[in-house]
Design a protein around this ligand. Structure first.
Ligand SMILES: CC(C)(COP(=O)(O)OP(=O)(O)OC[C@H]1O[C@@H](n2cnc3c(N)ncnc32)[C@H](O)[C@@H]1OP(=O)(O)O)[C@@H](O)C(=O)NCCC(=O)NCCS
Length: 336
């Protein structure tokens, strides 16, 4: 097996296709009900990052069939934290490929002065065995839930969307946010910033207008079409609640639900219910190819889980975050 650093920006199309085959093979072994990815906008997805962030990739290839990807490791370098992604194609597993890719990433993290490395994986999979075996600590658990759109009771969802109390207005923004809403929107997102229940921030979130704009541009440039629904408090013209979702060009039948936030003083008015229901109604026509929506939430966010349940989301599996000190990991991998 041969390891090399890989730049998807300039890689030949055949390498991207080989990457995709390895990715889909791994996906079908671990998460067989997840839709396979397609090649559409794949290069953009693998290449684009937020300003100030970098993503480095390593490939493992078979000596016997050069150019055939057997595994890859990607490290997104954010402020101080390296967020990892590591896949080995099923036929190449349990031969040390995962460890070798992890060592390449740990070494680079040390050289670049990154202290911590984090990763998220599905519970009950090989990865949930691999990371503890490499000395990672389990730091956080979420549940992934999936809404199968063919099971949705649309008249009920329409009722939920219509249940907006006096003094609030619901607005729908496909693709982008208008400039004059950015500051109020970013302010509403601040609410989650110091949320003790929030995770390692492995997923995108933006708390000021400029970063929010960059974040939306970054999503669009990666082929992830954002959809946003907000609840506006009419008297104060502030954003009382928001829900964000993306439809990825790489798997357009499954949407990813991102953040849903209600500013605490606007809790208790059914806003989460109304904005999430409105989002589904809009998606039904805007993205008619969609089959399901996936979302992740902490067990503690009970109110949101209640809304998800009413919409028809069903818990799918546990999702676990692991963290490790980069130096310790590098030292351990070289020792053993
Ligand atoms: C996790 C993964 C990268 C491991 O790759 P790998 O090349 O098989 O790992 P290695 O051969 O380097 O394994 C190193 C050690 O990890 C542990 N390990 C790896 N897979 C394991 C498994 N299925 N069960 C128990 N322990 C396991 C073992 O201690 C192993 O050492 P050993 O083979 O000498 O016993 C691979 O299984 C994978 O790609 N999984 C899917 C990754 C993913 O994130 N999917 C999406 C979300 S679930």
């Amino acid at each position: 097996m041969r390891l090399r650093e890989w730049d998807p920006r300039t890689a030949p199309q055949a390498e991207l296709e080989s990457w995709l085959r390895a990715y889909n093979d791994a996906l079908s072994a671990d998460l067989p009900d997840d839709p396979p990815w397609g090649i559409d906008r794949l290069r953009d997805y693998l290449t684009v990052t937020m300003p100030g962030e970098r993503r480095l990739t390593w490939l493992a290839e078979d000596d016997a069939s050069p150019g055939e990807v057997r595994g890859y490791g990607r490290m997104l370098m954010m402020s101080g934290l390296g967020v990892l992604e590591l896949y080995v194609a099923p036929p190449a597993r349990r031969r040390g490929v995962g460890k070798a890719l992890l060592a390449a990433m740990a070494d680079r993290a040390v050289v670049e002065g990154f202290t911590a490395l984090g990763i998220e994986v599905g519970g009950g999979t090989a990865a949930a065995e691999f990371y503890p075996a490499q000395g990672f600590s389990h730091v956080y658990t979420e549940t992934r839930s999936i809404l199968d759109l063919s099971t949705v009771e649309w008249p009920h969802v329409a009722e939920m969307a219509a249940g907006v109390v006096h003094g609030y207005r619901i607005e729908y923004y496909p693709g982008d946010l208008p400039d004059d809403l950015l500051a109020a929107y970013a302010e509403a997102k601040q609410v989650r910033r110091h949320d003790p229940e929030s995770d390692l921030d492995l997923r995108p979130s933006s708390y000021d207008a400029e970063r929010l704009r960059s974040s939306l541009r970054c999503l669009q440039a990666r082929g992830l079409k954002p959809y946003i629904v907000v609840a506006v408090h009419e008297r104060t013209a502030t954003v009382a609640g928001l829900t964000e979702l993306v439809v990825p060009a790489q798997h357009p039948t499954r949407a990813d639900q991102y953040d849903t936030t209600i500013v605490p003083e606007h809790n208790g008015y059914g806003l989460a219910r109304a904005i999430k229901a409105r989002m589904l109604l809009e998606l039904r026509t805007a993205e008619s190819q969609l089959r399901d929506v996936q979302t992740w939430h902490a067990a503690e966010r009970e109110q949101l889980q209640q809304v998800n349940k009413e919409l028809g989301f069903r818990p799918d599996r546990e999702w676990r975050e692991y963290e490790v000190d980069a130096r310790d990991l590098a030292a351990r991998l070289h020792a053993g």
